[in-house]
Design a protein around this ligand. Structure first.
Ligand code: GDP
Ligand code: MG
Length: 674
């Protein structure tokens, strides 16, 4: 049977980076806390006998967050053969706080002292040998970034597993606490395995309810326990939990004082802190964030991204489109089939793929901002703002993930313990513009606002604004009232981005769009083309007399007050439910944009029949808020675990979309069109 090695450590200590290096896999590496929700498993490269499990990052083994519970259940029930405790050497004291608790579980602990590259650069010194002696655990210095120490880490891990014994030294607490723990251990003897007895004793001392329930201690024992704890609390005049915390820190300080020398004098600020002073400044934070988003949009949509558009359009319209048409004609295919393939599938898929370069550049920048560590600052800034409005700052991490795709974002809401906050986050996360909405924005911006990067980046502003306003409103209802869950967030220090992990993330986010174009968009395009060229009696007809047109006319009046009441656009809002890119594909087919190049007069004339600048913007706002795509609705259903709540979410999102677009169009028309 394979041996199990658990990777445990604080958020952002580099667990996932080390996991990826050890197993050769490409798990998501994020520079903000809380990215790894579920545990991930993999074998050590070329070695099926050692399985590594990447656990969620935690600061302690208390029972307060889902991550902590997942981790400790795994350690206590899963009984891994070894814990590799990834310790961020630049934050030694805080990281070792968890280490002392891991040691108490009785499982052998090997410390990977990570981020040593940063320590060396700062000129700090850690006496690793002494630290190892004091803790009784082997320590290997590593740097996941420069792949230092990883071979030795694997070697040491294997030796330790073979020996299967632990020489780790458990924390020594103050005398009154030790006395209490010894008394509790005496009670527990025979009830729990001897090697884990210290862990159980500490947890029972802390009145950890989850542990109490699991041991099912009967009345008398529970009573004795309670009196031991109370006696100690009275003696030290403090609550049980803070007694343990204080003692643990005291023990730790005695260890770190002996082996850690900082070059930097306390009081002076590191570069990271200096940058943070500006970037998270109360007044500057938001302007800086929006300026950065503006820049990102400017580069990805207006300048660099735009360069590629002509090329791809040329490839699809002139190269593939015309030649396939020619080929099909030569081999004598019916006009019907030629139309389906060329004007339907190729035009639809092509109009979506046109935007892939822009999307990739956007994803590149988002991944870059994340890897550098800026995104966790954004979460921090947003937490500050959100909390003022009674929302949990924890909601913002799913929303940041939502800048790529709402599906993983909705799933990430699982880290939110409080059910009300979680439901609200699932409902509001799709308001943040995802990658698939980008083509819609880019298309309309290209046609109506070719010189302003503000229009597309304003979608972020409006999305966040929508989240805040909806949050305030929802909080007033009975289903959502209550205080937001507290959210403690540590700011990781900035990193030089690693091109490899940025590239992996960019590709991870981008490839699904290409896949979608080849599958769902292709099928949808075929369907739309068929519906727009046949009548109810299944005859080939002009678009005006097609099934699609008659269905579109049925719902179009609904959208007239929003400024886009033509049946063509009405149809696009509905096909957008399949996937947001389908909106662009629909325009490509129904408006015939697939065969004209952006910027050329035919294109503008064609799209100008259906929109003016104000209604185009209203349509963008509608797309931003409206019920998300089928995949995201599916994710909503899974996370809500209730059909009723799913419908409530869809209804809510669509109402917000309608109201916001109505407002934009009516007010915008008054201001700009009269
Ligand atoms: P996790 O939250 O513990 O899984 O941490 P991650 O593996 O996601 O890493 C968090 C951040 O630290 C990422 O930006 C990594 O690129 C970076 N990182 C990880 N290991 C090292 C290291 O040894 N040195 C440096 N300088 N950065 C690292
Ligand atoms: Mg991780």
């Amino acid at each position: 049977m394979a041996h199990t090695v658990a990777l445990a450590g604080n958020p952002n200590s580099g667990k996932t980076s080390i996991f990826n290096e050890l197993t050769g896999s490409t798990q998501y590496v994020g520079n903000w806390p809380g990215v790894t929700v579920e545990k991930k498993e993999g074998y050590i490269k070329g070695d099926k006998k050692h399985m590594v499990v990447d656990l969620p990052g935690i600061y302690s083994l208390s029972p307060y967050t889902l991550e902590e519970v997942v981790t400790r259940d795994f350690l206590i029930d899963g009984k891994p053969d070894l814990i590799i405790n990834v310790v961020d050497a630049t934050n030694l004291e805080r990281n070792l706080y968890l280490t002392t608790q891991l040691i108490e579980t009785g499982i052998p602990v090997l410390i990977a002292l990570n981020m040593m590259d940063v320590i060396h650069k700062n000129g700090d010194q850690i006496d690793t040998e002494k630290l190892s002696q004091l803790l009784g655990c082997p320590i290997v210095e590593t740097s996941a970034v420069s792949r230092m120490g990883l071979k030795e880490l694997i070697k040491t891990a294997k030796t330790m597993i073979e020996k299967a014994e632990s020489s780790a030294k458990k924390a020594v607490f103050s005398q009154p606490l030790e006395k209490a723990l010894t008394a509790i251990e005496r009670i527990l003897a025979g009830i729990v395995p001897p090697e884990t007895i210290r862990w159980y004793a500490v947890k029972l001392f802390e009145r950890d309810e989850k542990v109490m329930q699991r041991l099912k201690l009967d009345g008398e024992i529970a009573h004795t326990l309670a009196s031991i704890v109370e006696t100690t609390e009275n003696e030290l005049d403090d609550s049980a939990e803070s007694i343990v915390t204080n003692d643990r820190y005291e023990y730790l300080t005695s260890i770190t004082d002996a082996c850690h020398k900082r070059v930097r004098k306390t009081g002076s600020l590191s570069t990271s802190d200096k940058v943070d002073r500006i970037v998270t400044n109360r007044w500057l934070a938001l302007p800086i964030f929006f300026a950065i988003m503006w820049g990102v949009y400017y580069v990805s949509i207006q300048s660099v991204g735009d360069l590629f558009i002509g090329w791809i359009e040329w490839i699809f319209a002139d190269l593939i489109g015309s030649n396939v048409a020619l080929l099909l004609e030569t081999i004598g295919t019916s006009t019907w089939l030629t139309g389906l393939v060329v004007d339907g599938i190729i035009a639809g898929v092509g109009s979506v793929l046109t935007f892939v370069p822009q999307m990739m550049i956007l994803f590149f920048f988002l991944s870059l901002m994340e890897d550098i560590g800026y995104m966790s600052r954004v979460a921090f800034i947003m937490d500050r703002i959100f909390r003022k409005f009674g929302l949990s700052g924890k909601s913002f991490i799913p929303m940041l993930i939502g800048t790529g795709c709402s599906v993983p974002a909705i799933m990430a809401s699982r880290t939110i313990e409080n059910q009300r906050d979680r439901r609200m986050t699932v409902m509001l996360t799709p308001f943040i513009p995802c990658g698939a909405k980008l083509p819609v924005f880019a298309l309309l911006v290209g046609a109506f606002f070719p010189h302003s990067a503000w229009i597309a980046s304003s979608m972020y502003l409006i999305g966040i604004f929508g989240v805040i306003v909806s949050g305030i409103l929802l909080k007033k209802t009975k289903a959502f009232s209550g205080d937001p869950a507290p959210f403690v967030m540590e700011l990781p220090s900035y990193h030089i981005p690693r091109l490899k992990s940025v590239a992996i993330q960019m590709w991870d986010r981008g490839k699904q769009f290409i896949k979608k174009a080849g599958t769902i968009i292709a099928v949808a395009s075929a369907g739309i083309w068929i519906l727009q060229s046949t009548s109810w009696s299944l005859q080939m007809v002009e678009t005006q007399d097609s099934i699609l047109a008659s269905l579109g006319r049925l719902i179009a009046p609904l959208f007239s007050p929003l400024g886009f009441g033509s049946w063509e656009v009405a149809v696009a809002t509905i096909t957008g439910l399949l996937a947001k890119e389908t909106i662009v594909a629909t325009f490509g087919i129904v408006l015939g944009l697939g065969n004209v190049t952006e910027g050329d007069p035919t294109f503008l004339a064609s799209i100008g029949t259906f929109f003016n600048p104000v209604s185009a913007y209203a349509f963008m706002v509608f797309t931003l808020f409206a019920a998300p795509c089928a995949a995201a609705i599916g994710a909503t259903r899974r996370e809500m675990q209730s059909a009723r709540w799913t419908w409530a979410a869809i209804l809510f999102q669509t109402s917000v979309a309608y109201a916001a677009a109505l407002l934009v169009y009516q007010v915008g028309s008054l201001l700009f069109l009269s």
